[in-house]
Write a protein that binds this ligand. Structure first.
Ligand SMILES: Nc1ncnc2c1ncn2[C@@H]1O[C@H](COP(=O)(O)OP(=O)(O)O)[C@@H](O)[C@H]1O
Ligand SMILES: [Mg+2]
Length: 291
């Protein structure tokens, strides 16, 4: 049987503009690249099939992303990101534990497994506090709690939709008063390739909620925090969110994303993130063949 698998796989749920940019950038390096939908994975994993050199995991569903990364790892494929990095990036609770345990500056955070623990955690951390689902993006479910009354309002709305409490645990986090923006740093391999401010009137500065993007220089502090994160998760492709405390100027890691979107922001700041990533893949493939 003819080997059908390309050198580089791009596992996806659907081709967003980001993945289209990435496919073109990888092709431009001369590497063969193949898009793999979840249902295509069976064929890729078939015995006798050529094992690809690398796979970039871009599935939208967390489950599908970890699933693809784990199965590919078991046939010897290096994935970007690794299954274990994806697992941590998909869970803000795991991130809080990892950062606290390794001295990475991060807002104080508590796990809460029921409503009473939410009340207690917010009381301990002080008002306002931030509540967030452990898994989620685009600012969904990220809620500011001003006092016990707002905890009751959140709990009331939540309970009616989730009587069995399946959405626990959640994270209760210290609220950081920021200077109207947070920072997103895109890391390729170990290297921060671009940083930008996300500014909005909403306290949640997700670009999906309308925040504007302005490129900034990558400071030493930003570089240092990103290196700490990459040291813990392994080299890969990450969107690292940083937040500065307006009062103390302290810079902290807010979260790290394993499937950062870049098409919209690249069009604004002009740094070709897809080309950086494709260049990194080419380097990895070259080193692999040298061995
Ligand atoms: N502890 C916090 N203090 C201040 N602002 C926060 C805090 N946590 C989140 N935010 C704001 O809300 C946004 C969304 O929160 P985040 O934890 O990044 O969740 P998501 O994964 O949905 O992006 C952040 O970009 C930031 O602007
Ligand atoms: Mg975020």
């Amino acid at each position: 049987m003819m080997p059908s698998t390309a050198e580089v796989l791009l596992t996806v749920t659907m081709l967003r503009p980001d993945e289209k940019l990435l496919l073109n950038a990888i092709r431009a390096t001369g590497l063969e690249v193949q898009t793999v939908l979840p249902a295509d994975l069976g064929e890729v994993l078939s015995p006798g099939n050529r094992v690809p050199g690398l796979a970039v995991i871009r599935n939208l569903s967390h489950r599908q992303a970890i699933d693809a990364a784990q199965r590919l790892r078991h046939v010897g494929v290096r994935t970007l990101n690794s299954a274990s990095a994806i697992e941590v990036c998909n869970d803000k609770g795991l991130q809080a534990l990892l950062f606290a345990g390794n001295g990475v500056a991060h807002p104080q955070s508590r796990h809460a497994f029921n409503y009473q623990q939410v009340r207690d955690a917010a009381e301990t951390l002080g008002w306002p506090a931030v509540l967030k689902p452990v898994s989620g993006s685009w600012g969904r479910g990220v809620t500011k709690l001003f006092d016990q009354d707002s905890v009751e309002a959140w709990a009331g709305g939540h309970e009616s939709g989730d009587a069995a409490g399946k959405n626990f645990p959640v994270i209760v986090q210290q609220y950081i008063e920021k200077p109207g923006h947070d920072l997103r740093v895109v890391v390729v391999g170990r290297k921060p390739v671009v940083a930008f401010k996300r500014s909005s009137a909403d306290w949640r500065t997700n670009t999906h909620l309308g925040a504007t993007v302005t490129q900034v220089e990558i400071s030493l502090d930003m570089h240092k925090l990103c290196t700490q994160v990459v040291d813990l998760l392994g080299d890969g492709f990450y969107g690292i969110d940083l937040i500065a405390d307006r009062d103390t100027d302290e810079l902290m890691v807010l979260e790290v994303n394993a499937n950062p979107e870049f098409a919209q922001s690249s069009a604004i700041h002009g740094v070709d993130v897809a080309a950086h990533l494709a260049g990194y893949l080419l380097d990895l493939m070259a080193n692999r063949q040298d061995r």
